[in-house]
Design a protein around this ligand. Sequence first.
Ligand SMILES: Nc1ncnc2c1ncn2[C@@H]1O[C@H](COP(=O)(O)OP(=O)(O)OP(=O)(O)O)[C@@H](O)[C@H]1O
Length: 629
Amino acid sequence: MATPLLLAQQIFSAVSTSGVSNQHDMSGCANITASNATLVPNQAQAAGFPTDISSLITFLVSFSALRDWLKLIIFGSALETCRRLCLHFYTKIYNSFFITARFEEDDSSYDWMMVWLSKQPSWKTARDVQISTRTFNLNSNAVLIEGENEDPSSVVSGNRQLAYLPSESTVHSFWYKRRWVRVSRTIRQGYYNRREEVLELCILSTKHHVLNELLIEAKKTYQEAQENTISIYNSDSHNNWNHIASRPKRPLTSIVLDPGIKDLLIDDARDFLASKAWYSARGIPFRRGYLLYGAPGSGKTSIIHSLAGELGLDVYIISLSRSLLDDTALGELISELPEKCIALMEDIDAAFSQTLNRDLEAEETGEKSEKNGEQQNQGISPPPPPTSRITLSGLLNALDGVGAQEGRILFATTNKYSALDPALCRPGRMDIHIHFKLASKYQARELYRCFYLPDSEAKEFEAKTKKAAEKEAADDSGYTSVDEKTALVPSSSSSDAGSVVSGGPEPVTFNGSSHRSRGPQLSPAKVADLAAQFAEAIPEREFSMAALQGYLMAYKVRPFEAIKDARAWVEKERQEVAKKAAKAGKVAATSSSTELATTRASAYSSRGRGSRGRGSGSRGGRRGGYYTD
Ligand SMILES: Nc1ncnc2c1ncn2[C@@H]1O[C@H](COP(=O)(O)OP(=O)(O)OP(=O)(O)O)[C@@H](O)[C@H]1O
């Protein structure tokens, strides 16, 4: 085989030999060729370089090494062309008989397919298996190993159950509606060496509807398996929505609010979801916003999750404080929400306190950096820099700008209602504002009932409470409209009304026995009586529902002790609060005196340095005021 070196050698020697012989010829007749321009081509020919194509080919073919190379190139090209043609025809023929569908791991359809496949008998009996504890965002394993029964306690004990899946890179086949289906799982390396799994399905069919039927069936199977859960989505740093969890639905009855609030929310949301045509006929943007504000631990987040389950909607969490989230990214995220979903912005005030801080910082840069320096000198670390880059106008635009998604329900929560900008709270952005207060006696009583009502009575009680709640809703005399928006919030007196009651949560059952069965079995009448005693011991609007829940959790199977110890617990909690308040007061006093001292020190130092602080602008003005003190 001729190597490129051999070829180069042959050409070089051929050219140099003809060059030398021509030099001899030319030296003999120098007088004939001198100063004749027309002789140049002849000179080139004489130097051994062919001037036309045919002689060039003859010249090149005269080298044996080049001849070998040319043969190889022609033969190789012919072979490659044949291979490509065959592949092309094979793909054409294959595609006319097979339909191929690919599912990528980070897409929900992948989970649907895996769960659906897990129900196929041949998938269950695969010979080459991969052992896994993956649940495909469901609360149960896709394929349980025979002999290992579904056991809810495994979730609590941390013993995740084993499941098996057919191995990657092996092809599995089965029949679907008399069609042969080939399935393969492959792993590939994505961006940044990310592991990506792709599921490929080939169906031997010329009709596309088979794939459609299969997909619909897979989606339905998944939804059935997911029936008692809600899906939670969050955005990643690339602004894509990712499924992060599936949570069990929380029954609305397990959340005890003042009468009417739950009905107001659920009825309004249901009415909204059914009114698309009404909105479009009137040119009103098809969006609804709810602002839930008030005490921490009063049930704001819980009611949103519960409503999502009741309405069958997924929850998309928009974390305004996520690092590097800016106005453009927020707009994109909101515009990519699916049509019917719940968008949740928790602690909406947090993002704006940062924005506010930044604005102030910009205004008072000099003052702030000086203060930071002083704090550092005293060993006090400055607050962490803000990470979110959201501005108020950016959020307002994202909520109802042209790109804002239609059909979504927005829930925003805050503990600092007064810190919110009125533009954010106006109808159209936040249509309903609901105040969540600390627990009333009514709520304490109903929470107690939820805890201790016997399992057997729970269902009946639930039905009864629903009826009572409907009756209560019909009679709206107990409500006061608290603001100019559409919100109806019960007046405090109505919270004591005994006619409306709420049911208990679904009992938590482990292997057929619940903690309730370990406690004394009480009749509903007895529970009602004890609940009233408990409510008696709990002061009105002093503790959050979360605190009461925490207290009762310690008495899960001791309903009588829960009442006996309630007053002592209240006293203890009050003392704790008083202690904390005193400590906070002390810290505030110390920090304000430190601040005063540092301000004085800086004022003196400023004075020492001349009139630096008396400059123009508000900052100078403030300092100027201090000098006169
Ligand atoms: N009204 C309520 N009924 C039943 N449980 C409640 C209620 N309020 C709070 N809880 C319980 O207290 C815990 C905290 O509730 P949740 O997170 O919903 O409060 P939140 O108002 O959203 O608090 P934060 O403002 O701090 O986020 C939950 O476990 C929930 O079960």
